[in-house]
Design a protein around this ligand. Sequence first.
Ligand code: SAH
Length: 257
Amino acid sequence: MNKENKEPIFEFDLSFIASFFRGIDRQGPGGDEQTLRALEFLPETGPDLRIADIGCGTGHQTEVLARHLGGTITAVDLLPEMIEGLEARMRRAGLNDRVTGLVGSMDDLPFRDGEFDLIWAEGSIYNIGFGRGLAEWRRFLKPGGVIAVTECSWLSGARLPESKFIRENFPDIDTPSAKVRILEEAGYAPLAHFALPPHCWTENYFALTAARLPAFLEEQGHSPVAVRFAELMHEEAAHYRQYGSYYGYVFYIGRKR
Ligand code: SAH
């Protein structure tokens, strides 16, 4: 996470954040159907794909990828706790021979040029910035390789009137057409983009965070910082309930030109 990142969540230290998020099944809005839909846009697949999953969290989507694609996945996250969770998940699923966890930062990846057929990043590229991530990760793809990321975007054609929440949490929010243009300018041909439906936020994410909070507050002895964190999590869900028709995650899929 960038030091200059001003999102409210960054007032907490990383191990505190990790102790909350390692306890839930996914760390951001998403859905298996949406992961699979994005996969449909791969022009070709094969038995020996090399895949990178960047900002993988505990690897919910990594498991979906591993089950539906051949080859091997390198899954990267900044937080060691997430990689521990990922590795435990892959052992349970019997996929640990095909998925390798790596603690590292998305702005300093140890990959070789042209190493990957596919780069995946659900709910994570905002940590480096959509345009910067697309541009910097491009060299890790083989010619014709594919990138698929989700990014918060305006969905309704109308923008929400000035919102402190949006400004602080999604400073780079823009329209899908503007995001597709950034993708093109970063050196990709757009293959598809589609919005994630509301249940990817409500059922697949906010329901999990709400269910985790009581036990987390207990674990933290209801410390002021934990109570503050819980408030922010509730605010995030309440903001989405009220204004979620304006914004959401969009999957952007592009092919390296
Ligand atoms: N892809 C997962 C996790 C999304 S949450 C899912 O959809 O469930 C974003 C993840 O990005 C978190 O696990 C966080 O630890 C990780 N992250 C944040 N900054 C990062 C960085 N600089 N490098 C790598 N991972 C980072």
